[in-house]
Design a protein around this ligand. Sequence first.
Ligand SMILES: NC(=O)c1ccc[n+]([C@@H]2O[C@H](COP(=O)([O-])OP(=O)(O)OC[C@H]3O[C@@H](n4cnc5c(N)ncnc54)[C@H](OP(=O)(O)O)[C@@H]3O)[C@@H](O)[C@H]2O)c1
Length: 287
Amino acid sequence: MTDAVQESLAEGVVLVGSGGILGRAWLDLLKRLNIGYAAYNHRDLDITCQGSLDAMIPPGTRVVINTAAYTDVDGAEGEEEEAYQVNCTAVGHLGRRCQSVGCTLIHYSTDYVFAGTAMEPYQVDAPLQPVNAYGRTKAAGERVLRETGCDHLLIRTSWLYAPWGSNFVLRMLQLMQQRDSLRVVDDQRGRPASAVHLAQVSLDLYRTGARDTWHVTDAGDCTWYEFAIEILQQTQQTCRIDPCPSAEFPRPATRPHYSVLDLSQTENFLKPLAFWKTNLAEVLRQI
Ligand SMILES: NC(=O)c1ccc[n+]([C@@H]2O[C@H](COP(=O)([O-])OP(=O)(O)OC[C@H]3O[C@@H](n4cnc5c(N)ncnc54)[C@H](OP(=O)(O)O)[C@@H]3O)[C@@H](O)[C@H]2O)c1
């Protein structure tokens, strides 16, 4: 038995997908709080393999945190079945295993389960109408999670960024250094979510007894163009940035034009969430 598994038996926390943007934020949080855990990245554990999952979630586990997912939004258009296996079928395996050992499953979904045609923030119980393959697989994952009947905390989030991994903030910083000018889409509006902040708020929700479906992002909303301008200003760079329509950058997957998640349930239950410009400043400080 590995050290990691012994720790999980002692403390009962199993983190799945620890190599991803959010997985790493969770890993740092668990270490900082001295919470014993067993963490598995994709190399250690393929969540589509039910037998391996069962072995990694032993009796005595209290909570499983699933940050693993197929997240390539454009790739999913040509690989919907592969995305479905990770984002839906494997979530069913996880939920049934959690149900059988009697533990809670913390799982993540996306703003892309919504159509993006709304004029006001999407409430937690708004109808799911994904406009792309990735969104369809994540919406199916939400349904299958509920069907397993396991105790769960399902958190929808959006526009994740962190000092690590592949994300908009790091991509913009790189492009701003390489180019004199950039064009950034200004007709998609959403809420950025700092992965570090998301992990902390997820833990707060879990510890306060929140279950079923919640929305967690940074507070405030913006377009990708407004996000880029703020990165530019906070880092005092000189690159010129102009707004443009999504049509200027055709992509395989359609993106929702408005995918702002309503945060009122979470803010009423916990406290007001930190504003995106504040969280961005903290992430830029860490880079
Ligand atoms: N990123 C966003 O903007 C965003 C927005 C809304 C919601 N979300 C949701 O938030 C959660 C975390 O996303 P993230 O941005 O942290 O994703 P990420 O950085 O892409 O990390 C996902 C991790 O899952 C791993 N993985 C993929 N297939 C797996 C499998 N079959 N078994 C085990 N691990 C597997 C990946 O490994 P490989 O890299 O080796 O494939 C990767 O390490 C996901 O549920 C995602 O859908 C993300």
